[in-house]
Design a protein around this ligand. Sequence first.
Ligand code: C2E
Ligand code: MG
Ligand code: MG
Length: 282
Amino acid sequence: ASAVQELVSLRFYQDGEDENYLYKLSLIEELKIALESDKSPLFMNYQPKLNMNTGKIDKLEALIRWINKKGDFVNPELFIDLAEKAGLIVTLTRWVILNVIQQVEQWNKQGYYFKVSINLSAQDIQNEQFVDYLLTTVKAHSIATTQITLELTERDIVENEQLVVARLSHLKSLGFAISVDDYGIGQSSLAKLKSLPVDELKIDKTFILKLEQCQKDQDIVASTISLGHKLGMSVVAEGIENKESLILLNDFKCDYAQGYYISRPVSAEKLIEWYQTYESPL
Ligand code: C2E
Ligand code: MG
Ligand code: MG
């Protein structure tokens, strides 16, 4: 067995019985090959964030996709988790960064200007070479650092808080924007928000999916939006699946809306097709 296999099997045994563990091992081996291959079975999808002040689409979130040998889509949450456990996440994130930045450069040349966010894992932001790699890649493709937003969850931040906060401040000083993803379901602490160098707060979709049916969700979301604003942050709601929740969020003065009701995550080509005939739903 390879070192990776040993490491992973050990972890899964420690986690208790895992019936799928052979399947997971095979996915890890396949993912390693995918990350090295020239014709990669990995690709990025992009989901628009609707600017509720202007009705325009000026930001996107980049989301990774993988079609495995059997021709099936592998759930990103599953393979991101495996990549983290198998020590592949830093390589995967570099692949994402390069891919997204090349796409942003191409769009800029075609006259489409979007700010695009990239999801990070705890290991990425703690990696000593991370800032260097990101900055070098941005410069090599002559895009602006201000076009890239980095999304992290609260869990990724608290894992090694001092180091991560210092690194985020550095990234912010270079022009990158920082976003707290899945806000409200982790170890959310109001004290923490105060001290984080954060530009954007993304309210977790569990509060948004049934917003129109749930008064408590509405109260939580409305007050989180005003909290974010008081702390100088832009607030994004993710998981908008219907018009009613979009209207509520607009009433609550939410800055950005993201969800299937606006658009599902789609390929770069489809995104542009969609964008060309886009009309604001507001
Ligand atoms: P996330 O960063 O919170 O991304 C939002 C997820 O919500 C995406 O799932 C998106 O497809 C989904 N979503 C968007 N709008 C709606 C909606 O209206 N309703 C519902 N039910 N879902 C909606 P996806 O693409 O499956 O990604 C899942 C998670 O996997 C992401 O959550 C993120 O944590 C991780 N992930 C995805 N791509 C990457 C990546 O490139 N790098 C890293 N490190 N993680 C990634
Ligand atoms: Mg995200
Ligand atoms: Mg999220």
